[in-house]
Design a protein around this ligand. Structure first.
Ligand SMILES: *[C@@H]1O[C@H](CO)[C@@H](O)[C@H](O)[C@H]1NC(C)=O
Ligand SMILES: *[C@@H]1O[C@H](CO)[C@@H](O)[C@H](O)[C@H]1NC(C)=O
Ligand SMILES: *[C@@H]1O[C@H](CO)[C@@H](O)[C@H](O)[C@H]1NC(C)=O
Ligand SMILES: *[C@@H]1O[C@H](CO)[C@@H](O)[C@H](O)[C@H]1NC(C)=O
Ligand SMILES: *[C@@H]1O[C@H](CO)[C@@H](O)[C@H](O)[C@H]1NC(C)=O
Ligand SMILES: *[C@@H]1O[C@H](CO)[C@@H](O)[C@H](O)[C@H]1NC(C)=O
Ligand SMILES: *[C@@H]1O[C@H](CO)[C@@H](O)[C@H](O)[C@H]1NC(C)=O
Ligand SMILES: *[C@@H]1O[C@H](CO)[C@@H](O)[C@H](O)[C@H]1NC(C)=O
Length: 387
C-alpha cells in the first residue's frame, strides 16, 4: 500500500503538471518545487529490510484499544494497556507481535475468544530482541477463522525522537515545558504499544490518552469524551489527570497512528464547514501559524479536486513541534510540522512557505501518502499510478 502511495506521488510530480499548475494558481505562486526522491529512497530501503523479519502470517489484527498514561512531567514512564483483536488466518499455537523498549507485565497477559469468555492458557512468554518479537506460546492451537483478543498491561518509556517521545521548549517566561509526540514511521509504533507493526497489517484503533488537566491531547480522530483518571489500583499522581478517549479510526497501518500531549494552543479554520483544520503551536509561536491555517483548507480543496473525491476526514490537525528537523510523515488527521514556527506571511513569499510545506515539512507529501493509501484501498490505485 505504501508502495502504491509512493508511485502515485512520483507519478504526480512527473506528469501531472496541469494539476500542479492549478494548485500554483490557487495559491498564487509561480514556482512549485517537487522533490520526492528522498522519501521514495528511504522508504524503499526500509521496506526491503523488513522483508527478512516479517511476522508470521497466521494472525491478522482487526482492532486495537490502547490506553497510555505518559508521565511527561515525571519520570517519563508510560503506563500502558493494550487489547488487540485478531482473526486467525492459519492455525497457530503462538501469538507473535512487535514490541521494543517495553516491559510486559507477564501476569496480566490474557488471551481469550472474542465471542466468549473462554480464555486460552499461556505456556511461556518469550522475547526475540533481534526481530523485536514478543511471543506468547499458547496451551492450545487457535483455529482458523476464529477471533481472539490479547490484552496486557505494560510499562513503556518516553524515548528520544522516536516512538512516543518527550520534547521540550522554552516558554516566553523562560520556563521549560515538556511535550510528548510520536514518530512511528517506519517501525517505531512498537515502542509505544505492542502491535503488529507492519504497514500491510491494518486495523482500527481506539486511543485513550491520560493527560494532566492543564495540557491537551490529540490523536488521529476527533475527541469522543474526557473523564477523570481512576485506576483500580491507587497510583500516585491521579489527582489532576483525565482520560481523553478518541473515536475509533478507519483501518490503518500502525505507523500512521499519532499522539500529541502538550500545552500548545491552536488557530482554527474550516474547510466548507465539513472539516476542521487546526494548526497547533506553542503560545509564543502561534501567530506564525495563522498563514498556514488560512491556506490549509485551500490545499484540502485542491486534494478533493485532484483526486475527485471528498476529503475523508472530519478534522486535520497540524502541529508545529519546536526544535526538530523535518521529516515527511503521513498521519491520518494529525500531521506535525517543525517549520510552521518559521512561517510568517508578512516576511516570506507564498513560494517560500509552499517550499517549506512541500519540501521540508512534508505536509503535502505526507497527506498524499495517506490519501493515496486510502484511495488505493478503495480501488483507485490504478488511476493514481496513471496520473
Ligand atoms: C497574486 O500575486 C501578485 C503578485 O505576485 C499580486 O499582484 C496579485 O494581486 C495576487 N493575486 C491574488 C489573487 O492574490
Ligand atoms: C531523483 O533520482 C533520480 C534517480 O535516482 C535522479 O536521476 C534525479 O536527479 C533525482 N532528482 C532530484 C530532484 O533529486
Ligand atoms: C515512575 O513513577 C511511577 C509513579 O510515579 C512509578 O510507578 C514507576 O515505577 C516509575 N518508573 C520507573 C521506571 O521507575
Ligand atoms: C509461531 O507460529 C507460527 C505459525 O504457526 C510459526 O511460523 C512460528 O515459527 C511460531 N513461532 C515460534 C517462536 O514458535
Ligand atoms: C515475561 O515476558 C517477557 C517478554 O515480554 C519475557 O522475555 C520474559 O522471559 C517473561 N518472564 C517470565 C518470568 O515469563
Ligand atoms: C466462537 O466463534 C467460532 C467461529 O468463529 C465458533 O467456532 C465458536 O464455537 C464460537 N464460540 C462461542 C463460545 O460462541
Ligand atoms: C468525478 O467522480 C464522479 C463520480 O464520483 C464522476 O461522475 C465524474 O465524472 C468524475 N469527474 C472527473 C473529472 O473525473
Ligand atoms: C514531528 O516532527 C518531527 C520533526 O519534524 C518529524 O520528524 C516527525 O515525523 C513528526 N511526527 C509526527 C507525529 O508527525
Amino acid at each position: 500500500m505504501l508502495f502504491l502511495g509512493l508511485l502515485a506521488l512520483t507519478g504526480l510530480v512527473n506528469s501531472s503538471t496541469s494539476k500542479l499548475d492549478a494548485l500554483i494558481r490557487l495559491l498564487n505562486c509561480t514556482d512549485f518545487p517537487p522533490n520526492t526522491n528522498q522519501t521514495v529512497a528511504t522508504l524503499g530501503a526500509n521496506e526491503k529490510e523488513k522483508l527478512d523479519i516479517r511476522l508470521p502470517r497466521s494472525l491478522k489484527p482487526l482492532h486495537y484499544l490502547i490506553r497510555l498514561q505518559p508521565l511527561i512531567n515525571g519520570n517519563l514512564s508510560i503506563f500502558g494497556y493494550v487489547e488487540v483483536e485478531m482473526e486467525v488466518l492459519e492455525p497457530t499455537s503462538n501469538i507473535t507481535l512487535h514490541l521494543a523498549d517495553i516491559i510486559t507485565k507477564n501476569d496480566t497477559v490474557k488471551v481469550s475468544a472474542l465471542n466468549g469468555t473462554a480464555s486460552v492458557g499461556i505456556k511461556k512468554q518469550q522475547y526475540d530482541p533481534e526481530r523485536e518479537f514478543y511471543i506468547a506460546h499458547l496451551e492450545k492451537q487457535l483455529e482458523k477463522a476464529e477471533k481472539y483478543v490479547l490484552s496486557m498491561d505494560f510499562l513503556g518509556i518516553l524515548g528520544v525522537f522516536k516512538g512516543f517521545f518527550k520534547s521540550t521548549y522554552t516558554d516566553i517566561d523562560g520556563t521549560t515545558k515538556n511535550v510528548a509526540a510520536t514518530i512511528f514511521q517506519p517501525t517505531d509504533a512498537r515502542r509505544a504499544f505492542p502491535c503488529f507493526d507492519e504497514p500491510a497489517l491494518k486495523a482500527t484503533f481506539e486511543v485513550h490518552l491520560a493527560r494532566e488537566t492543564w495540557m491537551t491531547s490529540l490523536s488521529n480522530t476527533p475527541l469522543a469524551e474526557t473523564r477523570p483518571v481512576c485506576f483500580n489500583n491507587n497510583r500516585e499522581g491521579q489527582e489532576g489527570w483525565v482520560w481523553d478517549r478518541f473515536e475509533r479510526s478507519v483501518p490503518m497501518s500502525t505507523y500512521l497512528v499519532a499522539f500529541l500531549v502538550s500545552d500548545f494552543t491552536y488557530i482554527e479554520s474550516w474547510k466548507d464547514d465539513q472539516a476542521q483544520f487546526r494548526v497547533w503551536a506553542r503560545r509564543s509561536a502561534i501567530e506564525n501559524a495563522r498563514y498556514v491555517a488560512s491556506i490549509g483548507p485551500k490545499i484540502l480543496n485542491f486534494y478533493e479536486d485532484y483526486f475527485n473525491i471528498s476529503f475523508p476526514l472530519r478534522k486535520q490537525d497540524m502541529v508545529a513541534l519546536p526544535d526538530l528537523s523535518a521529516l515527511a510523515l503521513g498521519n491520518w488527521g494529525l500531521t506535525n510540522s517543525s517549520k510552521v514556527k518559521d512561517m510568517d506571511a508578512n516576511q516570506r513569499s507564498i513560494q517560500q512557505v509552499l517550499e517549506e510545506i512541500k519540501g521540508n515539512v512534508g505536509w503535502m507529501e505526507s497527506n498524499y501518502d495517506a490519501i493515496a493509501e486510502w484511495l488505493a484501498e478503495k480501488g483507485y490505485s490504478a488511476g493514481l499510478v496513471g496520473f
